[in-house]
Design a protein around this ligand. Structure first.
Ligand code: NAP
Length: 498
């Protein structure tokens, strides 16, 4: 039998076993006979060690000039680029998405690393005149200390890099808890940092469950910032844990994203976008398209063509170049998706147009494969309209008019991403204004964010912060306003100069 590799925690620059002495298995969701590796099943003692190391390392890392920190990040970006194919293979094995997409995931990590390295020579603040004579004002960013990062499994390297790189360039140190399903991609990211000379303690990784590792991390008073991406239910817990100490708390949570297709849209273009938006990454993206709102004039034509195209999607192991849709990440995730398929079938008025179950038979029995599933005639009263499914299920929703379509798009607890397909520029601009989300597309699906644009959502998707772009720096730093008085006398603003 093939020997399964055991991976350790990374604390204070060393790969160490957990205090528990226990490990958990990371299993390939496309082939559950394939054990990707064993990882440390850590607890609060390991978290404590990691935070102690990060707090100690912060004393010196914060003083390293930002352009020097950036040089390290540039080298890390290059190393990730050289090892991209191996990292993509590992990622497909551990979470199932197809190779083209896992290459994209690693590329996002590279893009963010380079982008944030650039901030090492920018991180601009303000210099501004004082209202007093012989006085000078400026604002500078200061780091927060130890940042706790809690990340999900659907973007196993990109999201950790989205958080880690801005934290590091700002002079913070990091403790990261990867998702239990995808620790290997974080190990690969950390190995790149280690190989390029990251000082001990600046980045630490502790694997294990959310309750045993994530929870003690977010409650520890030495942690100045928690950045979390995951479900809204857990995000609420993170928010409550951060509140008593007023920690910086950055939450990126669920989505229920809508594409509006108007009667003047290029239907074939919209179908391409909806297929990619709904079934790319097996629907396991926070920005996945899960509601397609169709103007009634094109509803039937769109539905017919869309179902025909979705039927052709190739489902299978993401390591196979022909595969377009991989498995669900795990058995529980598959069961959640199957449960929503059952709920959809029982919703009063909804019509199952395609799929509705598990893919079975032959090689499929080894993995957690669900059918691309389309429900028609969905209304805003239904659970499949309202709740995040996070799988290969999409709704078709008829709309009477443009205004009705906008109302339906906004009729949702989440506000991450939305899109409109139309050739009418006035409508496109109106929709851009009127749909209340953090991300909006015109004539493109709800997925496809780029690292130099702010990323995040409104309502139950976020708590007002944005990831990526320079907005990420706001999460991982605090402003300090500095006044330098070179007049040699006491000067009182708002009093002495009136
Ligand atoms: P999740 O269950 O909320 O888990 C996210 C992370 O939180 C994991 O590392 C998890 O650890 C950890 N966690 C679980 N319980 C915890 C607790 N009590 N205390 C502290 N940490 C805890 O979400 P997921 O299933 O991994 O990811 C899917 C969700 O993420 C979807 O809702 C999706 O929309 C959202 N998402 C949002 C964005 C965005 O940018 N808005 C991006 C990607 C995904 P374990 O892995 O050990 O459970």
């Amino acid at each position: 039998m093939k020997k399964v590799k055991v991976y350790k925690n990374f604390i204070n620059g060393k790969w160490v076993k957990s205090h528990t002495g226990k490990t958990f298995e990371n299993i390939n969701p496309a082939d559950t006979t394939d054990i990707v590796g064993k990882f440390q099943l850590s607890d609060e003692r390991d978290v404590n060690d990691a935070i102690t190391a990060a707090a100690e390392a912060f004393k010196t890392w914060r003083l390293v000039p930002a352009p020097k920190r950036a040089e390290l990040l540039y080298r890390v970006g290059q190393r990730l680029w050289s090892d991209k194919e191996q990292h993509a293979n590992d990622m497909t094995r551990e979470m199932g998405k197809v190779l083209a997409e896992t290459r994209g995931d690693v590329q996002e990590a590279i893009d963010m690393t380079y982008y944030m390295a650039g901030e090492g020579r920018r991180s601009f603040g303000q210099t501004t005149p004082s209202e007093m004579m012989n006085k000078f004002c400026m604002s500078i960013r200061q780091p927060l200390g130890v940042c706790g990062l809690i990340t999900p499994w659907n973007f196993p390297m990109a999201i950790p890099a989205w958080k880690m790189m801005p934290a590091l360039i700002m002079g913070n140190t990091v403790v990261i808890k990867p998702a239990t399903y995808t620790p290997l991609s974080v190990v690969n990211l950390i190995k790149a940092l280690e190989a390029e000379g990251l000082p001990p303690g600046v980045v630490n990784m502790v694997t294990g469950s959310g309750g045993a590792v994530g929870s003690p991390m977010m409650h520890d008073p030495r942690v100045g910032c928690v950045s979390f991406t995951g479900s809204t239910a857990i995000g609420r817990k993170v928010s409550a844990a951060c509140a008593p100490d007023f920690k910086h708390c950055h939450l990126e949570m669920g989505g229920k994203n809508a594409i509006i297709v108007m009667d003047d849209a290029d239907i074939d273009l919209a179908i391409d976008g909806c297929l990619w938006g709904a079934f790319g990454t097996t629907g396991q993206r926070c920005t996945a398209t899960s509601r397609i709102i169709l103007h009634k004039k094109i509803y039937d034509k769109f539905a017919r063509k869309f179902v025909a195209r979705a039927k052709e999607l190739v489902i299978g192991n993401g390591l196979n170049a022909k595969t377009q849709v991989g498995p669900a990440v795990s058995e529980p995730q598959m069961n959640t998706v199957l449960e929503y398929m059952r709920i959809g079938k029982e919703e009063d008025g909804a019509k199952l147009l395609l799929g509705g179950g598990r893919v079975k038979g032959g090689k499929y029995n080894k993995g957690w494969f669900t059918q691309p599933t389309i429900f028609g005639n969905v209304t805003n009263k239904m659970r499949i309209f309202k709740e995040e499914i996070f799988g290969s299920v999409v709704d078709l929703i008829p709309a009477r008019s443009y205004d009705h379509a906008i109302q339906l798009a906004n009729d949702c607890d989440y506000g991450l991403s939305a899109s409109i397909y139309t050739k009418d520029v006035n409508r496109a601009f109106k929709a851009m204004r009127d749909v209340y989300t953090g991300i909006f597309y015109v004539n493109a699906p709800t997925i496809g964010a780029e690292t130099h644009m702010p990323f995040g959502g409104t309502k139950h998707t976020g708590n007002g912060h944005r990831e990526a772009c320079t907005q990420a720096l706001e999460v991982f730093s605090e402003w300090k306003s500095v006044y330098i008085d070179f007049s040699g006398v006491i000067q009182r603003p708002q009093i002495d100069n009136q």
